[in-house]
Design a binder for this molecule. Structure first.
Ligand code: PAF
Length: 318
């Protein structure tokens, strides 16, 4: 199978290294796509440095491009870019792909779930969620800080070919050592991940703490609980199936990824835009639509936006 991964961020580098390390046959290929020429050159020269928390480092050779003629042969494209970059990224890559290529979206939050309608996509996409703990230590250098689970599924009925492509992708990931399953209810899986991101990400960024350190501060822990409970109320009103208590699940992730620098804290430290709109912003918007008050989510949205504007204007340090 020919797979392309768009976006060499933490999770893109993690998946690209695992798939490359366990490349199954010469009929398989992996292409890493990056809009940044300098970084693509670096990835081609040095490969991805894949590090585990036991401090073992492996150099994984990869082939990185901005765009490539080989894209027409790709069977599956996994988009690992930030939710706010997804639209422009799709507009760039769609014309370069075969109409048969399966598009798979792996973003935090739920802001991208109507992307098919928004962009009038000619094909039914698949969605993915993952709780693998990945931290980008430097461009092309990923730390696999904690093992998690990944889920793949469709929101709309797929064709037989799309179903087969997704199954094959899951098999590749499985052989690469990931715990991955096909889900009949990916929307609920994405909400389950949203609860965790809503509780952990903005608070780690605001308090400048690791995931585990949130548990040792009464103030942070109290806010986390209120944010997640609000998100749960909104999800229930949306008819989302909830199988695991969202608050317990979020606290468990704080523990199991205690040393992890959340993606939003990584964004803060690198002065990048955060995914707040797709995470707590989405909870607040859905709450408003359904007449459910979400003051704790509203508050972090406002604070994170203020923080972003401060570091954009240079008045906040790392
Ligand atoms: O966004 C992140 O950082 C991760 O999704 C998670 C699960 C919060 C762990 O850090």
């Amino acid at each position: 199978m020919h797979i392309a991964i768009v976006g060499p961020g933490a999770i893109g580098c993690l998946f690209a290294s695992l798939l490359s390390l366990k490349k199954q046959s010469n009929k398989d290929s992996l292409l890493l796509l990056d809009h940044n020429r300098e970084r693509a050159d670096l990835l081609n020269r040095q490969g991805i440095i894949y590090e585990t928390d036991r401090k073992q480092r492996t150099m994984v050779p990869v082939s990185a491009e901005i765009k490539s003629l080989a894209l027409k042969q790709v069977d599956v494209v996994l988009f690992c870019v930030k939710s706010h970059d997804l639209q422009s990224c799709l507009q760039f890559y769609l014309p370069l792909l075969s109409p048969q290529a399966l598009l798979v979206f792996l973003q935090n939050g739920i802001g991208h779930l109507d992307i098919q309608e928004q962009l009038n996509l000619p094909t039914t996409p698949a969605f993915a969620s993952s709780s693998e703990g990945a931290t980008l230590l430097a461009p092309g250098h990923v730390l696999h800080a904690g093992r998690g689970r990944s889920h793949l599924g469709f929101l709309q009925s797929p064709t037989a070919l799309q179903q087969q492509q997704l199954q094959e992708l899951a098999q590749h990931f499985h052989r690469a050592g990931l715990e991955i399953s096909l889900s009949q209810d990916i929307r609920s899986q994405l909400w389950a991940k949203l609860f965790i991101n809503a509780g952990i990400n903005p608070l780690t960024a605001l308090y400048n703490r690791t995931n585990g350190q949130l548990l040792t501060s009464c103030a942070a822990r109290g806010r986390l609980k209120n944010i997640v409970r609000e998100a749960e109320a909104v999800a229930r009103a949306c008819g989302i199936t909830i199988n695991v208590d969202p608050l317990q699940a979020t606290l468990a992730v704080c523990k199991s990824t205690a040393k992890n620098i959340s993606s939003m804290l990584q964004d803060r430290r690198n002065r990048r835009s955060t995914e707040i709109d797709a995470i707590n912003g989405a909870v607040a918007r859905e709450g408003k639509r359904l007449g459910i008050a979400t003051p704790f989510n509203d508050e972090v949205v406002e604070q994170i936006k203020k923080m972003e504007s401060e570091y954009n204007s240079g008045t906040i340090t790392k």
